[in-house]
Design a protein around this ligand. Sequence first.
Ligand SMILES: Nc1ncnc2c1ncn2[C@@H]1O[C@H](COP(=O)(O)OP(=O)(O)OP(=O)(O)O)[C@@H](O)[C@H]1O
Ligand SMILES: [Mg+2]
Length: 257
Amino acid sequence: MAALPDNPSDPVFIRVRDLHKQIGQQQILKGMTLDIPRGSGVAIIGGSGTGKSVFLKLVMGLIRASSGSIMVDGVEITGLNERQLGPHRRKIGLLFQDGALFDSLTVEENVAFPLVEAGWKDRQKIKAAVLETLESVDLEEHLHKLPSDLSGGMRKRAALARAIITDPQAVFYDEPTSGLDPVVADSIDHLIRRTQRRRGITSVVVTHDMKCLRAVADQVFYLREGVVYFSGTPAALLESADPVIRQFVEGRSGESS
Ligand SMILES: Nc1ncnc2c1ncn2[C@@H]1O[C@H](COP(=O)(O)OP(=O)(O)OP(=O)(O)O)[C@@H](O)[C@H]1O
Ligand SMILES: [Mg+2]
């Protein structure tokens, strides 16, 4: 079931070079370059509207680059057609910014959905896989509930279960802890880290949350004005003396009151 790596010996899972993305008249990415090591945890940070979600969609192949290169698992994806993008997308689980569960399906049905889509027919096998995945996110007792009957943190965990059930090589998380109280956010951070370490999954986390960043990331990329302005460890980011980084890390708006 799991999509096998095309180039398992390549230590870089995602290699981006001089990536540009224009939408309408707006230049959003203006030459973004980065390497994301296989099996590592990285965070992408940056101000609102700087193109973090756009970047995830480009790497998933949901939207097209204007120019530049995106290699995933050794495969250049920028020129692939829809049919060729299928196997590529199956390598990556995506947790959308809003969780995006199907409201009319139970937790069990939501988590089973990617398996059914992938052509699984055996109900017993589907049930077993769903139960195992729900256990890994501590939701096995809530499988019959609808998303509307779950708390915000439980919804995020259900969405995570749905993203990892197909055993992807990477999971992208867009703001996984936004809108959660600090305790629940902390448990999601741990779950992301555990999933990455236990399953060897490359995790790419877009976040505004400095605590989340320290918990989940080996390396941080700070996106600013369409390029990677800083890359390094979370500790190096937090200790940086660069006034632009300090302002971002400390959450100051840059306006005087
Ligand atoms: N489909 C689209 N059509 C037009 N503009 C778009 C589209 N998608 C994104 N944009 C624009 O691209 C820019 C980057 O958007 P993006 O959603 O990537 O920001 P972000 O960094 O994820 O911000 P946030 O932290 O608020 O989620 C924004 O100015 C946005 O309006
Ligand atoms: Mg976003």
